[in-house]
Design a protein around this ligand. Sequence first.
Ligand code: KIV
Length: 271
Amino acid sequence: MSVHSEIKRITTETLRKMKFDKEKIAMLTSYDFTTAKMVDAGGIDTILVGDSASNVMAGYETTLPITLDQMIYHAQSVVRGTQRALVVVDLPFGTYQSNPEKALESAVRIMKEAEAHAIKLEGGKEVEESIRKIVNAGIPVMGHLGLTPQSIYQFGTYKVRAKEETEAKKLLEDAKLLEKLGCFALVLEKIPAQLAKKITEHISIPTIGIGAGKYCDGQVLVYHDMVGMNKDFSPKFLRRYLDLYSEISSAVSQYVKDVKNVNFPKDEESY
Ligand code: KIV
C-alpha cells in the first residue's frame, strides 16, 4: 500500500462530527500546488480555493473579475497538492446568481474538472433555488453569510456586518435556511462575535468564522495574510504568524547583491 493511500481524507461528515465533538475546525485558503502541499502537511482540516485569488493572485481590487475557468485552474493545482484536507472551491461572481441551472452547471464543472470535494457560494434566501439544485445533484455546499465580498458594490464598504437588529435577524434566518437546504457548513464573515455565537448554537452544521469571534466551530484565514505576505491588509481579526513579505524581499535583495558582486554562483555551485 502506498503512503498516499494511508492518509485518510477529511470529509463533510468529519466536519459535522468535529462540531458534535466540540473539536475546532482549521481552514486556510490556497490557490496553487506548492502552497497546498505545505498547508496540507501542516495538518489543516479544510482548504478553501477562495475567489480571494482574484485579489491575492491576480491583483484585482475585488473578487468580482475572477472567472470560472480561472477558479478551476487554481482548484486543480490545489487538489493535486493535497492528500488529507477537504478542498472547497468558491463559485465565482456571476456563475450562480442568475438561475439554478447555471449554478448547477458551474458547480458540476468545478467538481468534474478540478476533482474538488465541495463548493462554496455567497448569500442566503436570494440564492435558495441555486443551493437546492446543487445539493440535490449530490454536491456538498458550504454557505457564506455576513460580509459577502461579491456584493461589495451593494454594501459600499468592507465594515462589520449585522450590527443592526434587522440585519442580524435576517442573518440568523438565512443561516437556518442554509442548514435546512442541506449545506454542510457555513462561513460567517466579519459579524459581531455574539451573533456568531447565537448562530453557532442554533444550527447543527459547523460555522467557520473569519472576523466572527471565538465561538464559531472553526476559523478560516487567507493564507497570504496569515503568513504576512501581504503588508497592505491589516484588519483587527487578522493574526500574522510570519512576516514573509520582509523575509522574502530581504532574501531577494541579498540575491541581487550576490549576483551583482559575483558572489553567486561560487565554484561549488557550478559544474
Ligand atoms: O475567498 C475567500 O478567501 C473567502 C474567505 C475570506 C472566507 O471567501
